[in-house]
Ligand binder design. Structure first.
Ligand code: NAD
Ligand code: ZN
Length: 361
């Protein structure tokens, strides 16, 4: 232990259970102050033309922004979405609703803040740099595992680094957990995002920053992940509901502790090569048996049961410059190394070792 004392914030409201999405209009109406009040829906473009689009409780005066998820969130697009909102209607929206996975929810969280904070979102990457509270944000996960729905971070890649905007205002004000929205997630994606959660738990419980609160969240979360990915006979709706809870608990486990070796390396991979977070974590974790032997064993069991192949040779074709950039991105994530190994972390890991691990991926 660790950094400064902090009292952590959580979302103000949780709605939970099948059919919760049907009540979104009530949640939005509650925030409307007058007849001119309007809302923004930021929604994963997977849902374009699908039933969920028709179910959006939107009116003529609302704005819908479709989020493309090929790439993970970038600061320049957050700025663009903010401009689009202000051009659409210069009065502040009463609510921003983010519907999708970690990518979409992080866009909603970051954009909601940038509407009330001037300038470039890249200038706010870091801890407590945001000055003003954002627009009331409702997050609705449609694939579970990242914990973005309960975290006080919006992870963004900027011109210089992959780093979250992190402060009390980044927390969503409200979360709607409806497992029915997860029913269409393909098995492989479900595994990759689910393993993000499992890895959050492994890294928090084995780290030096862990305490009883973080452990309690992580232990229950891991138990649920194992049920979801090992008990393949459970009806999908039941296991999706469990995965939603696992994600919520896993997100809180890292709030009260921190991630570690896997996330530090995977941020390097995704910042330089654009590898998606869930996939990148699995590729990295697959090489981390020496650091996380127990977690590794369970991870391999779940992978085998789910019959998911991991990409290989991601780093093989990289230039020396790209490789060095990955190493520097990882090395800079001091808080993750500090959690993994303690304050003397530089005695436990070197840039050469990071390079050696990356070259296996
Ligand atoms: P994602 O949001 O990128 O979505 C992955 C894929 O699943 C996309 O193709 C999407 O269209 C699809 N999808 C989503 N819902 C679907 C549904 N119901 N049916 C069919 N397809 C669906 O993936 P993710 O793993 O949830 O999020 C990754 C992002 O989360 C990364 O940008 C990462 O940095 C971020 N993240 C944030 C935090 C945080 O605390 N803020 C924590 C971990 C990860
Ligand atoms: Zn993660």
């Amino acid at each position: 232990m660790l950094y400064d004392f902090r009292s952590f914030i959580n979302p103000g409201y949780y709605a939970f259970g099948k059919g919760s999405f049907n009540h979104l209009n009530e949640l939005i109406d509650r925030k409307k102050s007058d007849a001119q009040s309007w809302s923004v829906f930021m929604i994963d473009d997977y849902f374009k033309g699908k039933e969920l689009e028709r179910r959006l409780p939107k009116s003529e005066s609302d704005l819908v922004i479709w989020i493309e998820t090929t790439n993970e969130p970038i600061t320049s697009l957050v700025n663009r979405y903010r401009d689009e909102i202000i051009e659409f209607n210069p009065t502040l929206p009463s609510v921003i609703v983010g519907i999708g996975g970690g990518t979409t929810m992080d866009y909603a969280k970051a954009t909601g803040l940038m509407v009330t904070n001037p300038g470039d979102s890249a200038d706010y990457q870091g801890l407590d740099l945001i000055k003003n509270e954002g627009v009331y944000t409702i997050c609705i996960p449609t694939v579970s595992g990242t914990g973005a729905e309960v975290s006080m971070t919006a992870v963004l890649s900027g011109p210089e680094r992959k780093l979250g905007i992190k402060c009390d205002y980044t927390i969503p004000n409200e979360v709607v957990f409806d497992p029915e929205l997860l029913s269409t997630v393909p098995a492989e994606q479900r595994f990759f995002t689910g393993m993000d959660c499992y890895i959050h738990n492994v890294e928090s419980t084995t780290g030096t920053w862990i305490n009883s609160l973080g452990s309690a969240f992580a232990e229950k979360s891991s138990e649920l992940c194992l049920e979801v990915f090992l008990n393949t006979n459970t009806p999908r709706i039941e296991s999706d509901e469990k995965m939603m809870v696992a994600s919520l608990l896993g997100g809180n486990s890292v709030t009260y502790a921190q991630v570690g070796v896997c996330h530090a390396l995977s941020y390097g991979l995704s910042h330089v090569l654009g590898v998606h977070h869930g996939v990148g974590n699995c590729v990295v974790f697959n090489q981390l048996e020496e650091y996380y032997p127990e977690g590794y064993k369970q991870f391999k069991l779940m992978q085998e049961k789910q019959q998911v192949e991991l990409p290989t040779g991601l780093v093989a074709g990289c230039t020396e410059e790209q490789l060095n950039q990955m190493v520097e991105t990882s090395w800079a994530l001091e808080h993750m190394w500090n959690n993994a190994f303690g304050a003397d972390w530089q005695n436990h890991i070197s840039k050469e070792k990071i390079k050696e691990l990356l070259l296996k991926m």
